[in-house]
Each structure stands twice: as structure tokens, then as C-alpha cells.
Design a protein around this ligand. Structure first.
Ligand code: FMN
Length: 205
């Protein structure tokens, strides 16, 4: 493989999620689409969103210290794009994108009812960076569509049709995984047991 050294370094880390972040209050709310997000700590769960100061949402998040990350499925991809190219200064994006506000449990910002997974977040630090402010936040409550939970209490995200963002384009996350966590070092015996379980689950459906 021959590589080109780019003229200057850029944020070429892909794929990343594209999420809809709701902020404000039930009465005065907004949605901003965010790709610069991720998990920074497991326990307690912590995340961040990096938001340009010029965004309308920046003021809302800075003022309230709260936001909600709403995962985006294929059905919501167009709404997510819309919320990423229009400003809440000019319109009610919930209304324009046909989305529904749902009251949160721990924060005043609304959840997006149509999103199957919502992470309520409380900001604990703001790191001012040259182009963006990075709002570091604790995930204080998580809402998950009940149909994603199996009888054993495990959550299944594989059928969710989540969206990823890759250098300017939205892509579906495939339903067919290459393998599960640790598959590269899995013992053949464990592989066989999991395959048997998979076949049994398929037959039971
Ligand atoms: C896929 C996608 C990802 C985006 N990621 C970010 C981001 O991480 N941070 C940011 O400040 N703006 C990001 N934007 C731009 C904002 O979503 C956009 O400027 C939006 O209109 C701001 O809305 P607001 O003015 O209502 O806050 C992204 C836009 C798109 C379409």
C-alpha cells in the first residue's frame, strides 16, 4: 500500500457516530447533530460532545449544563441531517423534523421519543479548544426501547439499523457482525457452543 502524506493533518478518524443531541427544556428545546462525540470513561459512564461556540445549541448546553444524546437509526437519518444543517435560532427543529419531545428522568432537556436509545447527560467540565468547546458529561440515565432487552436481561443492538458517519456520508451499520468481542482469540470449543446457541435461538424464533 502506497500512502500519501496529506498537505495538512485533518480530523480523519472514521467512522464516527452521528447522533442527535437535544438540549434546553421541554418548553424551549433544540436539537443539534453531533459527530464529535464518544465515551471517555466506563464507570461512572462519561461522554463528551464538542460544539462550536457559534451553534445555537452551544448557549443552551452551556447555560443548563445538560443535554441528551439520542442514537440515530436509518429511519431518523434524514431528520439527523436536517438538524445538522438548520439552526434552532430560526425554527423549532422538533416540529420541522417531525420529532416528539419526551420528558427525561434526570435532566430538563427533552429526549427524542422516536430514538430507541437516549442518554441523559450532565456536564461536569468544559474544555475550551481552538474551534470547539468540549462538554464533558456524566451519563446519568439511559432509556432503551424495551423490545431490545431479552429474557436474560441482555440488550441487543444488532437489529437497530444504527447510522454511522464516514467522511461526509451516512452509512448503515451492518446487521451482520464479523464476530463478537474477543472473537479473534476465541477457543474453538466456545465458538461451537455459541454457534449451537445461535442455531437454537434462530429455531425458537
Ligand atoms: C453529520 C453532522 C455532524 C455534525 N457534527 C458536529 C459536531 O460534532 N459539532 C458541532 O459543533 N457541529 C456539528 N455539526 C453541525 C451542526 O449540527 C449544525 O451547525 C447545526 O445546524 C447547529 O444547530 P444549532 O444552531 O441549532 O445549534 C454536524 C452536522 C452534521 C450534519
Amino acid at each position: 500500500m502506497n500512502k500519501i502524506l496529506t498537505d495538512r493533518p485533518g480530523p480523519m478518524l472514521y467512522p464516527v457516530p452521528a447522533v442527535m443531541v437535544s438540549c434546553g427544556t421541554m418548553e424551549q428545546s433544540n436539537i443539534i447533530t453531533i459527530a464529535w462525540t464518544g465515551i471517555v470513561n466506563s464507570d461512572p459512564p462519561m461522554t463528551y460532545v464538542s460544539v462550536r461556540k457559534s451553534r445555537f445549541s452551544h448557549g443552551l448546553i452551556a447555560e443548563s449544563g445538560e443535554f441528551v444524546i439520542n442514537l440515530v437509526t436509518a429511519d431518523l437519518a434524514s431528520a439527523a441531517d436536517f438538524c445538522g444543517v438548520r439552526s434552532g435560532r430560526d425554527m423549532d427543529k422538533f416540529e420541522k423534523a417531525g420529532l416528539t419531545r419526551q420528558a427525561g428522568d434526570q435532566v430538563k432537556a427533552p429526549l427524542i421519543a422516536e430514538s430507541p436509545v437516549n442518554l441523559e447527560c450532565k456536564v461536569f467540565d468544559v474544555k475550551e479548544l481552538p474551534t470547539h468547546d468540549m462538554f464533558l458529561a456524566e451519563i446519568v440515565a439511559v432509556h432503551i426501547d424495551e423490545t431490545l432487552k431479552d429474557e436474560a436481561g441482555a440488550y441487543h443492538f444488532e437489529g437497530l439499523d444504527l447510522v454511522s458517519y464516514n467522511h461526509g456520508h451516512y452509512y448503515p451499520v451492518s446487521r451482520r457482525p464479523f464476530g463478537r468481542f474477543g472473537y479473534s482469540v476465541m477457543k474453538p470449543k466456545t465458538k461451537r457452543r455459541l454457534n449451537r446457541q445461535k442455531q437454537k435461538d434462530a429455531a425458537d424464533k
